[in-house]
Structures are given as structure tokens and as C-alpha cells.
Design a protein around this ligand. Structure first.
Ligand code: ATP
Ligand code: MG
Length: 215
């Protein structure tokens, strides 16, 4: 039993290292593509979306694996909130344009907040991608101070969160995004307080309201 377990862990580590390597090569391919586009004066948006989609998926799989094994490193440093939310919006801009969904970014905090930039970016990008998939026409991303913490909220005008999250996912979706988001929020701890995720329906746009609260 013990040996089997060890074999499983070694096998999983081999997979994780392969995923890590493939992800880095995709990010390299992204840079090369951007250079080629600039040099040749062409635009290849489909290739860009395909490459960044695959890279994001691999990154997220790796984060989930590390979280499950309690091996996800954290680097909590003060991050300018306006930049963080603008960068998250930029990452999903093409997807929103294609879906003809408007995205409004509002920074009501106007300052820096201690957080792990890479992990919180993944949380926001997933929440925005989810919102874009379900919205009719509008999504907002709002950063604001709340109860001594920072609240990063994504609201859409779609049908809202289902009462229970589905077990089966549509093709191309892993169902890892919200699981990871809840773990990442909880790993942000400060002054005896833990971060948390709140999923509800309503907000100014009436649909799903995703809120990541960081202490
Ligand atoms: N804004 C939203 N409106 C309605 N339902 C949502 C919204 N966001 C998430 N959901 C529901 O929650 C499920 C889980 O979301 P989650 O982000 O964890 O996984 P996913 O988007 O299906 O896959 P992945 O994020 O791994 O690509 C979604 O499949 C969807 O059913
Ligand atoms: Mg998702």
C-alpha cells in the first residue's frame, strides 16, 4: 500500500514536471509569436488565443496540483490594485471582444494591497472568463475596501450561479477555477484573518456576483 502510494506520487510528480515544462514552452511560443507579428506587421489573434488558452489551462492545473499537495509557494507583497485589475482585464480582452460582452473596470480602492500577484491574477482571470461565458452583455470588475480587507468583485448580467455547481463540465473546462480561487483566498492570512470567497447572485448587474475578500 505504502509502495503504491509512493509510485502514485512519483508518477504525479513526473506529470507535474511535464506540465510545467510544456507551460513554459507555450509562454515562450507566445513571446515568439508576438515578435513575429511585430516584425511581419501581421496579426494572428486566433493563434494567440489558442496558445494563451492552453498555457492558462496548464498553469491552472499545476496550481491545483500544488494546492492539493500543500506545495504552492506564496509570495505576498504590496501590489498596486489598479494595475492588478487592469492586467486581469487585458488578459481576457480578446475573449470579451469576441463574445461582444462589455467589461468595466473600477478601482475604488486606489492603493496597494499585500497579496500574491500571480495567484490572485489567476483567480481574477478565471472569474472574468466565467462571467464572460455566462453574461448577456455586461461584466464589471470592482476593487474596493470592505471590513478592513480588500474585496475584488466580478459581477455579470447572466442567470447567476446555479444553486449547486455542476459535476460534469462542458468540453474544455476543468471545473478547477473556483476550487482554486477558494483555496487561494484562504491562503491569504493576515493579522489572524483568512481570505474568503463569496459566490452569490444579484449585485448591480443582477447575475453572478463573485467576491474574493483578502485580509
Ligand atoms: N458567472 C457565472 N455565472 C453562472 N455560472 C457560473 C459562473 N461562474 C461559474 N459558474 C458555474 O460554476 C462552474 C464552476 O466554475 P469554475 O470556474 O470552477 O470551472 P469552469 O469555469 O467550468 O472550468 P475552468 O475554470 O477550470 O476552466 C461553472 O462550470 C459554471 O457552471
Ligand atoms: Mg472557470
Amino acid at each position: 500500500m505504502r509502495v503504491d502510494m509512493q509510485h502514485t506520487l512519483v508518477g504525479a510528480d513526473v506529470l507535474a514536471s511535464g506540465i510545467h515544462d510544456a507551460k513554459n514552452r507555450l509562454f515562450e511560443a507566445q513571446t515568439l509569436l508576438a515578435q513575429a507579428e511585430a516584425e511581419q506587421g501581421v496579426k494572428l489573434p486566433d493563434a494567440r488565443v489558442a496558445i494563451s488558452g492552453a498555457a492558462t489551462r496548464l498553469s491552472r492545473t499545476l496550481i491545483a496540483y500544488r494546492l492539493l499537495r500543500d506545495q504552492q509557494p506564496m509570495a505576498i507583497v504590496p501590489v498596486t490594485v489598479a494595475e492588478l485589475i487592469e492586467d486581469a482585464a487585458t488578459t481576457v480582452r480578446t475573449q470579451f471582444e469576441r463574445a461582444a460582452v462589455g467589461l468595466t473596470v473600477i478601482d475604488r480602492y486606489a492603493g496597494a494591497w499585500p497579496l500574491d500577484r500571480t495567484l490572485v491574477m489567476d483567480v481574477l482571470v478565471n472569474a472574468l472568463q466565467n462571467a464572460c461565458r455566462h453574461a448577456r452583455a455586461e461584466v464589471t470588475l470592482i476593487a474596493q475596501a470592505r471590513e478592513g480587507g480588500l474585496c475584488l468583485g466580478v459581477n455579470d448580467d447572466g442567470p447567476g450561479f446555479p444553486p449547486a455547481l455542476p459535476v460534469q463540465r462542458p468540453e474544455g473546462q476543468s471545473g478547477l477555477g473556483l476550487f482554486i480561487a477558494a483555496r487561494i483566498a484562504g491562503m491569504h492570512q493576515r493579522k489572524g484573518r483568512c481570505g474568503s470567497l463569496s459566490l452569490s447572485s444579484g449585485g448591480p448587474l443582477g447575475g453572478a456576483l463573485f467576491e474574493c475578500n483578502l485580509p
